[in-house]
Design a protein around this ligand. Structure first.
Ligand code: SF4
Ligand code: SF4
Length: 331
């Protein structure tokens, strides 16, 4: 069964980048220390910022990210604090190296999901993108987490480098006993922006031909599959999550964005100063959200215009959805 997950103002989702350091150098990494800061957040700041969002919403979900969040020695402390504050769900995104013996410091009662990143069904493809030795380390990390009773997700960022291996993931996911599979689309951000779009982005026809079919196949194995909708027909409604949902992307330098596509630019609409969350002055990302264009997502048009296509009369052939609009498929 496939459904589009509607945006909601009832649930607040916090994407909490607690540091930007990482042991890896993935080819498509979107972390940009110039824009996001270089120093890990001190433990007391982690706690204070979690408190701010817990007070803001009764139903807050937190995803701890980095960099590699398990490199932060206070990650387990932050998890426990989020639990005490009543966060609805707690997720840790990891490249699988699981530093600081994190699996011994938190329990399956504390953490709803460990979400691992793998960008190839084979060692060769994954390690070409993420670095030598990563595939084995990630698989070992997943097995260890499952043995300890944790729920797991796997995130696969699709690019021209690995789209043809997506289909092979079915066997691997089943063998590993993964609960949820997230397919992401490569964004032209961070290192990908520096490298340029050439040869990295997947075409619309490839995306529409491959992704829904593989998603159905994997969902039939009892694994929930979530992937971005990306394209809308002209008669489908478009919504910008920046206006109709409560997503916050927090970085160690205090910047708080509502849109991930804005993260390479100083366009954040909020900022932490002395642990108080303040609005930033104009011009910021909100001014972009409010622009109503026939192509759908404004930021897509600005940074990824190659995703668009026009008719002879100059009108768009389709719209590009908000990057946070997801399809969910269950078997
Ligand atoms: S593991 Fe994540 S943060 Fe680290 S280099 Fe790869 S994409 Fe970037
Ligand atoms: S990706 Fe586009 S539609 Fe979504 S929040 Fe950003 S600007 Fe709005």
């Amino acid at each position: 069964m496939k459904k589009t997950v509607a945006f909601s103002k009832d649930a607040t989702n916090i994407f909490f980048h607690i540091l930007t350091n990482c042991n890896l150098k993935c080819r498509h990494c979107y972390i940009n220390p110039e824009q996001h800061g270089e120093k890990p957040l001190p433990p007391e700041t982690l706690e204070a910022w979690l408190e701010v969002f817990a007070k803001k919403s009764k139903e807050a979900n937190v995803i701890f990210l980095g960099g590699e969040p398990t490199m932060h020695p206070a990650l387990s402390l932050a998890v426990k604090k989020a639990k005490v504050l009543g966060y609805n769900s707690i997720t840790i995104d990891t490249n699988g190296y699981l530093f600081n013996d994190i699996l011994s410091k938190v329990t399956p009662d504390d953490v709803d999901y460990f979400s691992f990143s793998l960008d190839g069904a084979t060692r060769q493809t994954n390690d070409m993108i993420r670095g030598k030795g990563c595939y084995d380390k990630c698989i070992a990390g997943i097995r260890k987490a499952i043995t300890r009773g944790f729920h797991t997700s796997l995130i696969y960022t699709v690019s021209a480098d690995n789209i043809l291996e997506l289909d092979l993931m079915a066997t691997l996911l089943e063998d590993l006993r993964i609960n949820r599979f997230f397919i992401q689309v490569i964004g032209i951000r961070g290192k990908s922006a520096k490298r340029g779009r050439e040869g990295l982005q997947v075409s619309r026809s490839e995306w529409l031909k491959i992704i829904p079919v593989v998603a159905q196949k994997i969902a039939r194995l009892g694994i929930t599959v979530i992937y971005p909708k990306v394209y809308l027909s002209l008669d489908e409604p478009f919504e910008c999550a920046g206006l109709v949902a409560e997503n916050y992307f927090i970085f160690p330098n205090g910047r708080v964005y509502r849109c991930p596509l804005c993260e390479d630019f100083p366009l954040h609409s909020k900022i932490f100063k002395d642990n108080i969350l303040l609005n930033t002055p104009k011009i910021n990302e909100y001014d972009l959200f409010e622009l109503n264009i026939p192509e759908g997502c404004v930021m897509n048009k600005i940074i990824q215009p190659d995703n668009l296509s026009y008719k002879n009369d100059g009108t768009p052939e389709y719209k590009v959805a908000c990057c946070m609009l997801k399809e969910e498929v269950r078997g």
